[in-house]
Design a protein around this ligand. Sequence first.
Ligand code: ADP
Ligand code: MG
Length: 252
Amino acid sequence: MARVISIVNQKGGVGKTTTAINLSVYLAKLGRRVLLIDLDPQANATSGLGIDYNTISIGLYEVLLGPNSLRDVTSPGPTENLYIVPSSQNLAGANIELVGHPEREFRLHNEILNIKPDFDYIIIDSPPSLGLLTINGLVAASEVLIPVQCEYFALEGLGQLLNTIGLIKEHIKADINILGATMTMYDERNKLTRDIFEELYRYFPHKIFRTVIPRNAKLAEAPSFGKSIWHYDAASVGAKAYQRLAREIDFR
Ligand SMILES: Nc1ncnc2c1ncn2[C@@H]1O[C@H](COP(=O)(O)OP(=O)(O)O)[C@@H](O)[C@H]1O
Ligand SMILES: [Mg+2]
């Protein structure tokens, strides 16, 4: 049965999508069967893996609000063992359209139940909000991974995120485990980093990954070529970091 890991932070630009893509690729490289679900209407994980957003006729929207199953919309990814459920253009409307749905928080969870035996990992890339799409991703998850950018204001909003996860555990689904926080875009020359680490530790005692993702130009360039960091530059420090993170997660 798959471990379902939702990558969540309602702040934009903190490295969720970069982590979703590259973690998925490196878990697949470890021989695990991985499904990456792009839950963000901006479809960055979809395009970042070289899938043209405009050619998608059915995607996640048609699963959440239409007649399709996840199997109908799953396509093979760029590497063996990796599969992708792309976002779709009309997914942006889902946040609103789901409101009237009788099982609005459980749509993704219910669909994932049918495919859980097919994979070792299901990785969910979330949009930068705490709206119904993100809630669907959290309710579907067994574990939550929180990327935190090493910048001033990085910890803003984390209280609200933990509060949301707490409410979901209490009222909707008890078994969501916080897998941990991972520091992204780490720059060792930046003095703030140490302070951020210490403050982060207060939020997530014993839950900060040993692996820190450095700020690395190759990681930023790769998606513009529609490639994961493994395909773009496997020798880069960014690639090595995501490889380590995948091993660390697979070990837990
Ligand atoms: N470790 C990194 N080093 C350099 N650039 C990065 C790194 N991680 C992400 N980026 C870049 O920062 C931007 C935001 O990252 P992204 O993963 O899209 O964040 P999110 O999904 O949280 O909005 C993107 O342009 C991405 O290429
Ligand atoms: Mg993103």
